[in-house]
Design a protein around this ligand. Structure first.
Ligand SMILES: CC(=O)SCCNC(=O)CCNC(=O)[C@H](O)C(C)(C)COP(=O)(O)OP(=O)(O)OC[C@H]1O[C@@H](n2cnc3c(N)ncnc32)[C@H](O)[C@@H]1OP(=O)(O)O
Ligand SMILES: O=C(O)CCC(=O)C(=O)O
Length: 383
């Protein structure tokens, strides 16, 4: 794909909306600095209307003059916009529901009234010299022609971008592509897609949105966010690089540390199998895989760990074969006697099954030395 894609990281806004997550002002600032250092071009920094603490935290981030756009999330109300203006940010995302379900239940207004609110509030924010994005909450369940009218109204009033949110995570990559492609053909301004991961499709939908014409996508570190979270920054950045050759400007090698920093501040652990940043995603145990990898790493490696600042790791366990065992033993000063290889595989398998764990290098050496002694004893007896 030959065009630029911009990541809007919302770890500090939607990420912090994850249950029980509460970043301190200092953590918010440190995370904003790390995100900027990693090359993220835009950060949704928070929700000013939450009160003075949030306003102060955002103000502190603004004062750092980081080389990123800091955007404040606002409902489409004067109260929210005024709070955002107090923070000193240069950009706001003014959000209004787009679906009939949310317009009726939350605000008690219809589509026509929603368009009037957009025209008025976007005009007000733009007149203050702010970069204005309009957030269409629940766009995935909105009537399509209404979305087109929202985009036209927002653009006419001075908005520079419209964000289409799959707020409850009900799109799949096909419906995402269809939605975004349809709107992109007539949109006079940039489109952003904001995914949620309720069905495990956030990253896939984000990639589909980009194919459909979205120039911007919302992401969070580790996918942290409401309910099942958002599209993970590290997954989207790595996938765009590996699959589409798109340079997002993100330093991929910074992602593991960034994920650890967010996990610490969020008091959340990172799953071992979490793509890109999980502890085990570049670790191999299966005999067939290790034997292949040792000949050519491309056999079982779709993402080069070095690309994201990680290293391949080989461990010994229930599924190890003779090649892997010989390899690890050789690294630990033992050259395996070919006559003992099969017996060694059986011993390793038994040990791993008993301990329900991997076999450490020290344990492996012990097992091998024990096997050698037993074998030497048998030889002596037969002589
Ligand atoms: C999908 C998303 O992620 S949306 C973002 C969600 N983020 C948050 O909720 C941030 C944290 N929230 C808060 O701190 C508080 O809810 C506040 C400060 C925003 C509002 O607090 P309160 O005044 O106590 O309102 P409360 O939380 O009870 O209800 C939300 C109100 O916002 C209104 N509202 C919701 N979305 C919008 C919108 N886009 N535009 C205008 N009003 C809206 C609701 O209708 C409701 O109004 P009501 O009290 O008249 O019914
Ligand atoms: O309207 C927006 O800006 C997006 C809000 C959001 O986080 C969502 O709808 O999931």
């Amino acid at each position: 794909m030959n065009r630029q894609v911009f990541l809007n990281d919302t770890t500090l806004r939607d990420g912090e909306q994850a249950p029980g997550v509460a970043f301190t002002a200092a953590e918010k600032l440190e995370l904003a600095e790390s995100l900027a250092a990693a090359g993220v071009p835009e950060i949704e920094i928070g929700t000013p209307v939450m009160g003075t603490d949030e306003i102060e935290a955002i103000r502190a981030a603004v004062a750092r003059r980081l080389p990123v756009r800091l955007t404040a999330w606002c409902r489409m109300t004067s109260q929210d916009l005024d709070a955002a203006i107090e923070t000193g940010v240069s950009a706001v995302n003014l959000s209004l529901p787009a679906s009939d379900i949310q317009l009726a239940a939350k605000l008690g207004i219809d589509r026509g009234a929603a368009l009037q609110v957009i025209e008025h509030m976007v005009g007000r924010a733009a007149a203050r010299g702010l970069f204005v994005a309009v957030g269409c909450e629940d766009a995935s369940r909105a009537e399509r022609d209404h979305l087109t009218r929202v985009i036209q109204t927002a653009a006419g009033a001075g908005a520079r971008r419209v964000r289409l949110a799959d707020t409850v995570g009900v799109l799949d990559p096909f419906s995402t592509f269809e939605l975004v492609a349809r709107l992109a053909t007539t949109s006079p301004i940039d489109l952003e897609f904001h995914a949620h991961n309720d069905l495990g499709l956030a990253t896939a939908n984000t990639l589909a949105a980009i194919r459909g014409g979205a120039s911007h996508v919302s992401v969070t570190v580790g996918g942290l966010g409401e309910r099942a979270g958002n599209a993970a920054l590290e997954e989207v950045a790595a996938a765009l690089t590996v699959l589409d050759g798109v340079d997002t400007g993100i330093n991929l090698t910074a992602l593991p540390d960034l994920a650890a920093q967010v996990a610490r501040a969020a008091r959340r652990s990172t799953a071992a199998i979490k793509p890109v940043v999980g502890s085990d995603v570049f670790t191999h145990e299966s005999g067939i895989h290790v034997a292949g990898l040792l000949k050519d790493s491309r056999t079982y490696q779709g993402l080069d760990p070095a690309m994201v600042g990680r290293r391949r790791r080989i461990v010994i366990g229930k599924h190890s074969g003779a090649t892997a065992i010989a390899h690890v033993l050789s690294e630990n000063g033992r050259e395996v006697d070919p006559d003992l290889a099969a017996a060694m595989v059986a011993r390793v398998r038994r040990k791993a099954a008993e301990t329900k764990s991997t076999v450490t290098a020290a344990q492996l050496v012990d097992l091998y030395d024990g096997l050698c002694s037993a074998s030497a004893g048998r030889t002596l007896k037969t002589e």
